[in-house]
Ligand binder design. Structure first.
Ligand SMILES: [Zn+2]
Length: 215
């Protein structure tokens, strides 16, 4: 059977898709992006309810999907989770001993995987690595390398739904080299991600490529 290849791009990216298959696959995919540490439906700056943002609002939708789906939906995030609200600042700079509240919320929501966004680097690599250790799902960045040319983060993960293996590939914007250049010492490569995955995982039937490319 020919593989199904779907490219899922977050933020303001374009959405190219390629399909080659001899059978129908029923998959439910839910995606978030630019959570920016809004855990609750609360405007932390104005100290009042926020009717637009918040993982708790997303959780309501995801829970309703789970109730009507025969299989767990694939739940992914395209990056920029760990920066943007006072919650993120406290977790990264004030109380670094407590578990990161954003990771705890996303763990509870049973995210399948997330891409490392450019703002994940804002508080430096140690804060990001601490959050990754606290997550029960992989944070992916296939195109981030060390100065020695090795992968700096997990690049991709596999989930199985309806008997179909799904590869989820994460990629972060090379703009991180500029926006967080003084905090990260990484080399960024941004090509051949899907080809690389298909070469290494012949039995994978669906590939989602999660790009963080927002601001
Ligand atoms: Zn963002």
């Amino acid at each position: 059977m020919l593989p199904v290849v779907a490219t899922l791009l977050g933020g303001a990216c374009a959405l190219p898709m390629v399909h080659e298959s001899t059978r129908t696959v029923d998959l439910v995919v839910a995606a978030t992006t630019d959570v920016h540490a809004y855990v609750r439906g609360w405007d932390y700056y104005a100290n009042r309810p926020d009717t637009v943002r918040g993982l708790t609002r997303v959780a309501t939708i995801v829970d309703s999907l789970r109730r009507v789906s025969t299989e767990l939906p694939v739940l992914v995030d395209a990056g920029d989770m760990l920066q943007g609200s006072p919650v993120a600042y406290v977790a990264a700079r004030i109380d670094t001993m407590m578990p990161n509240p954003v990771m705890l919320a996303m763990n509870a929501m049973q995210y399948t995987a997330a891409a490392v966004g450019n703002h994940e680097f804002n508080y430096g690599l140690p804060a990001l690595e601490r959050a990754i250790r606290q997550s029960t799902f992989p944070l992916l960045a296939a195109n981030v390398f060390t100065a020695e040319g090795k992968h700096r983060f997990q690049g991709w993960a596999v989930a199985t739904r309806n008997g179909v293996k799904i590869a989820i590939v994460g990629a972060t914007t090379p703009g991180s080299m500029v926006s967080s250049g003084c905090l990260v010492r990484v080399r960024v490569l941004y090509i051949w991600i899907i080809k690389d995955v298909l070469t290494r995982a012949e039995k994978i039937e669906v590939v989602f490529e999660l790009h963080s490319c927002s601001s």
